[in-house]
Design a protein around this ligand. Structure first.
Ligand SMILES: Cc1ncc(COP(=O)(O)O)c(C=O)c1O
Length: 431
């Protein structure tokens, strides 16, 4: 059979499929292998997006492929009709790798990040008998209506729907490089964003109606923004004072991405509910949460469910991925290679004024591109993505002008250097 061209696949896509879903690069991929993707014309690309952090140990990892194949030949699904072992074993593994206060918690498995977010919000509301959630402008938690009520990273997701998105109040995410409250430095702002939350709880959202605070420990979609440690620690205090649950959306940050198994380990606090998806499913549809026992145990039988949630195939892919991450010390690798990537960009930044800030933890790295007046350079970021595709590199964007760097956790220094050199050369050539 003759392969279609990249252009033909894209044209057929637009003919057949809804325009709702955007794409970061105009490339159509036929196959993946390890660190690489291949398009329909046989061109090879280093993958620095890795399915938006889903296939985190590389494409078609042989052990993950085998786990899926073996399971497919044995049992594909029974749904909620009876019990099976694959979701139990997956949940048992999650319990071992989360922070200590969550280890005797309860796991719920769904099919996606958004479903897991919605389930977590439902849980804390039903258990507390309180309705309100505090989330953050800039936060991304998914697009279906329940999760969308919390998502506030771009107005395009909410357009025409705002009046239907209820039960969530937003505070500001501490994007210190461009402080939304106008402060010049996080050293002198006295955590004004925390003061604002306390004010919201005194004036607009009664603290005794607050079921939970939902936050990404690093804001993904908004631009790979790392909040100050003290900010996250203050959120823990606010939740304790209000009797509300602290919910971490670790859908993008979890499973080793930030150089810790979960990003909450970068802070000296633990959440009450930790949501995971993406890499936790090893590229298969899987999302879920673990909730502290005292919350997780209180959900009434039958009050939630999903036909496919936690299906055996996804659980086996996710379990094998997590096992490989642990066995091959990939969390450590993410930390070390991540530091070397950040250093390389920071060194180059001295001669490249278009690079405003380089930030991130582990292999979750954002390079914010700016104009000469310091404002976000969206045009340049878009051109970098197009040119990266032309030069054999797959990349995504985040925020208004951030090049999102999200390679596989098992990336080697040589390949990481090669990809960073491509990006830097593109910036030099375009500026
Ligand atoms: C932090 C975060 N939360 C939630 C979601 C939604 O997950 P899904 O697309 O699997 O529904 C995403 C997806 O990108 C995410 O990055």
């Amino acid at each position: 059979m003759i392969n279609p061209t990249v252009k033909e696949v894209i044209a057929r896509h637009h003919q057949a499929m809804s325009p709702a879903i955007g794409h970061y690069q105009e490339i159509a991929f036929e196959k993946g292998d390890g660190f690489y993707l291949y398009d329909f014309e046989g061109n090879q690309y280093i993958d620095f997006a890795i399915g938006i952090a889903t296939c985190s140990i590389g494409h078609c990892h042989p052990e993950v492929v085998k786990a899926i194949q073996d399971q497919a030949a044995k049992l594909i699904h029974t749904s909620m009709v009876g019990y099976y072992l694959e979701n139990v074993e997956y949940a048992e593994l999650i319990k071992q790798i989360v922070p200590p206060t969550l280890q005797d918690g309860k796991v719920l498995l769904m099919n996606s990040g958004s479903e897991a977010v919605e389930a977590a919000l439902k849980l804390v509301r039903m258990v507390s008998k309180r309705t309100m959630i505090l989330a953050f402008s800039g936060g991304f938690h998914g697009r279906p209506m329940g999760a969308l009520a919390a998502t506030a990273s771009a107005s395009v997701y909410r357009k025409g729907l705002s009046s239907l998105l209820v039960g969530v109040q937003h505070a500001v995410y501490p994007y210190c490089y461009r402080c939304p409250l106008g402060h010049k430095s996080k050293e002198t702002c006295d955590l004004a964003c925390v003061t604002l939350i306390r004010q919201i709880l005194k004036t607009t959202l009664p603290a005794d109606e607050l079921a939970g605070i939902l936050i990404e420990p690093i804001a993904g979609e908004f631009g790979y923004i790392v909040p100050p440690k003290e900010f996250i620690e203050e959120l823990r205090k606010i939740c304790d004072e209000a009797g509300a649950a602290l919910i971490f959306d670790e859908i993008q940050t979890g499973a080793g991405r930030t150089g810790k198994m979960f990003a909450c380990e970068h802070y000296s606090i633990e959440p009450d509910v930790l949501i995971f998806a993406k890499a936790a499913g090893g590229g298969m549809p899987l999302g879920g949460f673990i909730a502290k026992k005292e919350i997780g145990d209180k959900w009434a039988v039958g009050s939630h469910g999903s036909t496919f949630g936690g299906n055996p195939l996804s659980c086996q892919a996710g379990k094998k991925t997590l096992e490989v991450i642990i066995r091959d010390n990939l969390v450590q690798n993410a930390s070390e290679i991540g530091k070397s990537i950040i250093d390389k960009f920071n060194n180059a930044k001295e001669d490249l004024p278009a690079i405003g800030e380089v930030r991130g933890l582990g292999l979750m790295i954002g390079v914010e591109l700016i104009k000469s007046d310091g404002s976000p350079n969206t045009e340049l970021m878009k051109k970098v993505l197009v040119e990266a595709g032309n030069r054999g590199l797959v990349l995504c964007k985040a925020g208004e002008s951030v090049v999102r760097i999200c390679p596989p956790l098992n990336i080697t220094k040589d390949i990481a250097d090669e990809a960073v050199d491509i990006i830097l050369q593109i910036i030099v050539d375009l500026c």
